[in-house]
Design a protein around this ligand. Structure first.
Ligand code: ZN
Length: 121
């Protein structure tokens, strides 16, 4: 049944399919790397074959396991996806910068307070 991949050599406009086995081996090769999905597909289905030639089912088999982080470009396990869909936990930065500015102001006020103290001696 794996011999069906030979169809890739014949020119066709039909979408190509990965076997589940092939999809999983691509997942294993890409996970934790910044590898190229098109290259992995080409290795298995033949020269010139890329993501756009695959059917949705094959792409879903890969999507079920890993995703390509938009920020760092690494393939991460779906478990590592942050609240921001498509960005890994390591790259995800919650917007809490304003809080930092507030605490800086508080610290300045504190410093002024302490600076007055020695004059009382
Ligand atoms: Zn990332």
């Amino acid at each position: 049944m794996a011999k069906r991949i030979n169809r890739a050599v014949v020119e066709t406009t039909e979408p190509l399919a990965l076997t589940e086995e092939q999809a999983l081996s691509i997942v294993n090769d890409l996970r934790g790397t910044c590898g190229n999905l098109d290259m992995e597909i080409q290795d298995r289905l033949g020269n010139g074959v890329g993501t756009e030639d695959l059917d949705t089912k094959s792409l879903n088999l890969i999507d079920e396991h890993i995703f390509n982080c938009e920020v760092c470009g690494w393939w991460c396990d779906n478990d590592e996806m942050s609240e921001d869909h498509g960005v890994c936990e390591e790259c995800f930065e919650p917007e809490d910068k304003e809080e930092d500015e507030d605490s800086y102001e508080d610290r300045m006020n504190d410093e002024n307070y302490y600076r007055d103290e020695p004059e009382d001696f």
